[in-house]
Write a protein that binds this ligand. Structure first.
Ligand SMILES: NC(=O)c1ccc[n+]([C@@H]2O[C@H](COP(=O)([O-])OP(=O)(O)OC[C@H]3O[C@@H](n4cnc5c(N)ncnc54)[C@H](O)[C@@H]3O)[C@@H](O)[C@H]2O)c1
Length: 458
């Protein structure tokens, strides 16, 4: 039996940024009161999903634009199903948003910290926002409340936050987030596992109880181990993709069939078939920064981290390899036009952070190549010199080379006859292997695909 706190009275001040006054929230004796600090990809998914589980949730957001948008039920970024979930919470009155951190935490039994932890120049995680919210909320926290770090943080951060908060009557826990952009809501409802790290059994049980309606293995441990599980997971996945890309590149050079090689590899149960798709290199808001941060932590601890340094370096090499393939298809004429399809770091998200497409585009732009890009969720140019258009047709019109960089739905349906009509050239670089190679070759195109190169047709 979990020893949960008694529900707190719902007497909330009407703050100027509280777009839905807390007083409108329906009183429900059994509801747990939760504050979620930071309403970005992780925080908003967490807040809306916890409200969906029946908890009473206050999302705290510092950006006035984001707050205003959320108050109107508009999610300020793209994540499938999230807007519906936010609106259900707003309608049920068990999800509200505010900018008032102190007021929000003073009513909460659990406080999820979901603020950014970006890379610093030396690769280590910048914990300044975690520190500032910890210090700012310290005096307002309710006795016996639990502060839960969902932000991705280096090992030892929970202990550090305990010092920053400086309250013996408040517990700190780690509950790392494994959000998968593009299926964040689905993954929250049905996660592979839930990791809870806290230094007392009582705190672990209380945090676990928040997820009681979710069916998933729960790993309860100390906060150091929980923090390390998160970094280890991302660094492992990044390493796995790098290995797969190394094998794909070897196939490109030697004429091996990467798809078959990787299938043969994945059928070994010790290896498994998931996450064995080669591509243009990995990116996004997590893998690069978390791999760099783990290297920083390990270096500081004196651990051997040679492997991860090589993984980072090899991933950069992959971007350069793809840029070289595209350059090669221009036959030395940099004035030619490249149509780039897909700019986000993968399909299903509008997140451009450390996107491989942008890394590759930067390398090409530096050498004077003209690029016209299309992405269903990008409307403004993320790079100087990169022209953004509103449709696939506009991008490929008069282009010399077509490059597919993410696997957005619809790209696989590109029709060779349409391309023949619109394109000037006949070269295709398909880094996600979404196109039917044989169809395009039969229509007269030269096709380069990850893991096959320009190679043979089947
Ligand atoms: N995005 C992912 O796929 C993902 C996955 C797992 C873990 N994480 C981790 O979760 C954390 C958040 O990542 P994210 O992608 O949601 O970031 P984000 O940039 O999308 O969201 C962060 C939000 O916090 C707000 N914020 C910043 N300072 C604040 C403050 N002082 N008070 C209140 N709000 C504040 C920002 O305005 C923003 O809305 C990071 O540590 C990240 O590494 C992210």
């Amino acid at each position: 039996m979990l020893n949960t706190l008694a529900p707190l009275p719902l007497v909330f001040p009407l703050h100027k940024f509280c777009l839905y006054p807390f007083a409108f929230m329906e009183e429900n004796e059994n509801q747990t009161h939760i504050a979620v600090i930071g309403c970005g990809y992780v925080g908003l998914t967490t807040a809306a999903s916890l409200a969906d589980l029946g908890h009473s949730v206050i999302g705290v957001e510092i950006s006035p634009e984001r707050l205003e948008s959320l108050g109107h039920g508009k999610v300020p970024f793209f994540e499938p199903d999230l807007e519906e979930l936010v609106n259900s919470g707003l309608k049920r009155n068990n999800l509200v948003f505010t900018s008032d951190l102190k007021s929000a935490v003073s009513q909460a039994q659990f406080i999820f910290v979901c603020v950014p932890t970006p890379s610093q120049d030396d690769g280590s995680a910048d914990l300044s926002v975690v520190r500032s919210v910890s210090e700012a909320m310290s005096g307002s926290l309710v006795s016996r409340s639990i502060v839960i770090l969902k932000s991705t943080v280096p090992v030892g951060t929970c202990a550090q936050v305990e010092e920053w908060i400086g309250r013996a009557d408040v517990e700190i826990a780690s509950n790392p987030e494994f959000l998968q952009a593009g299926r964040a809501v689905a993954a929250f409802k049905s996660p592979d596992r839930i990791i809870i790290g806290a230094n007392t059994l009582d705190a672990r049980e209380k945090v676990a109880e928040l997820y009681a309606k979710i069916s998933a293995p729960i790993v309860c441990t100390d906060s150091h181990s929980a923090e390390l599980i998160k970094y280890a997971s991302n660094a492992y996945l990044a390493s796995r993709i790098t290995f797969v890309n190394n094998i794909a590149e070897l196939c490109e050079r030697t004429g091996g069939e990467a798809a078959t090689v990787l299938r043969g590899l994945g059928l070994d149960k010790r290896i498994g078939e998931a996450f064995l798709q080669p591509g243009p290199g990995w990116g996004g808001s997590c893998f690069p920064k978390d791999t760099r941060a783990l290297i920083s932590v390990a270096t500081e601890a004196g651990s051997d981290i040679t492997l991860l340094n090589a993984v980072l370096e090899s991933n950069e090499t992959r971007f350069a390899q793809i840029a070289a393939v595209i350059s090669q298809s221009l036959n030395g004429d940099q004035e030619r036009k490249v149509a780039m399809l897909g700019l986000t770091f993968k399909a299903g998200t509008d997140d451009l952070r450390e996107s491989p497409s942008l890394k590759i585009a930067s390398l090409l732009l530096e050498s004077g190549v003209k690029i016209v890009g299309y992405d269903p969720h990008v409307t403004t140019a993320p790079l100087e010199g990169l022209e953004i258009v509103e449709s696939v047709e506009e991008a490929i019109k008069n282009s010399d080379v077509l490059v597919v960089l993410t696997e957005w739905e619809g790209f696989a349906d590109l029709d060779p006859s349409k391309l023949l009509e619109l394109m000037k050239g006949k070269s295709i670089v398909d880094t996600r292997c979404v196109l039917d190679r044989q169809n395009f070759i039969e229509a007269g195109f030269s096709v380069w695909q990850t893991g096959q190169g320009w190679g043979k047709s089947v």
